[in-house]
Design a protein around this ligand. Structure first.
Ligand SMILES: *Cc1c(COP(=O)(O)O)cnc(C)c1O
Length: 637
């Protein structure tokens, strides 16, 4: 027997397995279509055999307003690729949830899919603007920490046998003493016909409804069977999004809970009942006719409705989202509670900030054992030494950023703002570029601006892709303004860029059109690093709005109103964005240039407020709440 598991201890693995298999255990199964675990920078396993070069990332292209540089330089990021079974925020939340469940020692197992071709690799169409989606190729067999299991499971799809391979990945706690297993299902086996084998190729890239239904059957039905096959004692099946709702068809008597992640109409899965019956069979479809019929269109199955009807408890992901969801699903109001999202502190905190906070543990408390204690960072506000060291830690992070983007002339002493997340219209990715003359005006008044932008548009989201093209074009036009503005659009946004950017810029920009952002989490990754927020009043920000963690601006709908997703209010809101940015840049340069002392600077106050609020917006607090409000109370005795 091996002495270790890819450099990590074996004991916690055996303990977790034994516990999950014990009859008396009331385990939790966490189903999710995607998991973002970011092992390239957190709990990185030691490679076993030789790691395939497919699992190592190569450089990224950059699209900037310094085209000569783009032509000569790739952004050199050479490390293990992050397990490519996620697309964005939803997957990262699921990954962070597993990590905090391990930290808290819960008897929980994750269930997901092994996507052989990942989500997609975003390639810039060099020098002419636009993104080209490419398949991700990677090698699961040599991916550190990922192991093939012997047992397989079988489901019936369109009247035919579909065999699913099982894989396991272990998520360790921050102190490596506890473990949560993640089971991944995989249809790519020789025993299946070709059209079945491709079902677990690409996440969210299904060309037709049959594939979508099949993928959801693999996750929901295959997932339940996998848990039974492995002998895990599961008391609660948790559905992270409606994608996994077919689990309720497989386990009719099971206890379910469900997290809804979006107030956007198109975000709910709906399928024609006849099409569904062809794939799922009559019995399962009759069950869905009873519990999962769309409330408006009776010929459609609605997986959100199915999940709501079959769950003892459901939750939204921010208080604001809870209000909106209650308006959208008035019939289910009583069971829809709220658990505001968080992020996993140890995954997203940068080294300089982590070292600083460790040094001040006596004042803050053991925040590593309990990240909620970060709230106490507040008490260090009057400590001049801490204020100075915090600024220095931040400058260290900025030094890294300046080094990475040195070919684009980034400097550590220049004000830097980032917008990075999925390119979707309601998130208004180009708001900052709406009227770029204002940016130049601000830079002329106080000092130059560095802007980093990153994000993928879903290839089927045509408006988002077009929007991205327009942004690239605008950046291109700013080629002559390099004295004032340095703008870089980084190719292929992923978890490693997310970690890097949320830790190293001065201001994190978040400007969705309220109320369409259910929560948002990237800003939470930024605050734990003392990075200020410039945000509209939506999602989690509403709960931190009175905490002085930056600037809040823009339109908010009247109470009880949802409003129009298409009325983007770009003109009005960009004006407010520039006004607030002006204030921030003014304060930044005043502080950075010593015109305002660190002891007096409101900038440092806000940085400390950010870190302190990271005591609230973390997955440690979130998973404790899930356990108390959702899982414990949904388990039937
Ligand atoms: C955190 C994260 C997101 C989520 O960003 P939001 O601000 O919540 O939209 C998306 N993509 C990646 C790679 C992330 O790490």
């Amino acid at each position: 027997m091996e002495k270790d598991f890819f450099g990590f201890p074996l004991v916690p693995i055996n303990e977790a397995e034994e516990r999950l298999k014990a009859k008396a255990t009331r385990g939790i199964a966490y189903f999710s279509m995607e998991f973002g675990l970011a092992p390239s920078f957190y709990n990185t396993f030691k490679p076993g055999a030789k790691v395939s070069p497919l699992n190592i990332s190569t450089g990224h292209e950059v699209f900037s307003n310094m085209k000569d540089m783009d032509y000569y330089h790739l952004l050199p990021v050479k490390n293990l690729i992050d397990l490519p079974i996620y697309s964005g925020g939803l997957g990262v939340l699921a990954g962070d949830a597993l990590k905090s469940s391990a930290d808290l020692g819960l008897p929980l197992a994750g269930i997901g899919i092994l996507w052989h071709k990942g989500y997609f690799h975003q390639k810039f169409w060099f020098r002419s603007g636009g993104q080209i989606p490419e398949e991700t190729t990677w090698d699961p067999d040599s991916y550190p920490g990922l192991i093939r299991l012997k047992p397989t499971v079988e489901i019936t799809l369109s009247g035919q046998k579909l065999i699913l391979n099982l894989w396991k990945y272990y998520v360790f706690s921050y102190d490596r003493k506890k473990v949560v297993p993640l089971i991944l299902l995989d249809a790519n086996t020789d025993e299946n016909p070709e059209y079945f084998r491709e079902l677990t190729d690409q996440l969210y890239r299904s060309t037709n409804n049959w594939i979508k239904i099949a993928q959801r059957m693999i996750l929901g039905i295959g997932g339940v069977k996998a848990l039974d096959t492995l002998g895990y004692s599961i008391a609660t099946y948790h559905l992270n999004e409606g994608h996994a709702a077919f689990a309720a068809v497989e386990k009719r008597e099971g206890t379910f809970s469900y997290t809804c992640h979006t107030p956007v109409e198109a975000g709910h899965d709906r399928f024609d009942l006849q099409e569904l019956e062809a794939a799922l069979g009559k019995d399962g479809t009759d069950f869905i006719r009873k519990y999962g019929r769309d409330e408006k269109h009776h010929n459609l199955a609605n997986l959100t409705v199915l999940a709501l009807n079959r769950s003892g408890k459901a939750n939204t992901v921010s208080k604001k989202h809870n209000d909106v969801t209650h308006l959208q699903f008035p019939n289910h109001k009583t069971k829809i509670d709220n658990v505001t999202n968080g992020v996993h502190t140890f995954t997203w905190i940068s080294e300089p900030i982590s070292n600083l906070l460790k040094k001040y543990k006596e004042k803050i408390g053991d925040w590593e054992a309990n990240p909620k204690l970060l709230l106490k960072t507040e008490y260090l506000k009057n400590d001049p030494e801490f204020r100075k060291e915090l600024w220095q830690a931040h400058l260290k992070n900025k030094e890294h950023l300046a080094k990475l983007l040195k070919h684009w002339f980034f400097e550590k002493d220049v004000f830097t703002i980032a917008w990075a997340r999925r390119i979707a219209i309601y998130k208004r990715p180009g708001l900052l570029l709406e009227e770029t003359s204002h940016l130049i005006d601000i830079a002329k008044k106080y000092g130059p601006l560095q802007i980093v932008i990153a994000g993928k548009a879903h290839p089927a989201d045509v408006p988002a892709s077009l929007h991205m093209d327009q942004m690239l074009e605008k950046i291109n036009f700013l080629n002559g303004e390099r004295k004032y503005l340095r703008i870089c659009f980084l190719e292929n946004y992923d978890t490693s860029f997310a970690r890097f950017l949320t830790g190293s810029v001065d201001v994190w920009l978040n400007n969705p059109l309220p109320p369409f952002e259910a929560s948002g989490t990237s800003g939470m990754k930024a605050i734990v690093n003392g990075v200020l927020q410039l945000s509209t009043l939506d999602g989690w920000i509403v709960e931190a709005a009175d905490k002085n963690i930056g600037k809040i601006f823009g339109y908010t709908p009247k109470e009880g109103e949802i409003g129009q997703e298409t009325n983007l209010r770009l003109k009005e809101d960009s004006k407010e964005l520039y006004k607030n940015l002006d204030d921030l840049v003014h304060l930044y340069y005043g502080t950075a240039e010593g015109k305002i002392s660190l002891n007096e600077s409101g900038w440092i106050d806000m940085m400390i407020n950010c870190i302190s609020q990271a005591g609230v917006f973390n997955t440690h607090r979130m998973i404790e709440e899930y356990n108390e409000k959702i899982w414990e109370s949904s388990k039937q005795p």
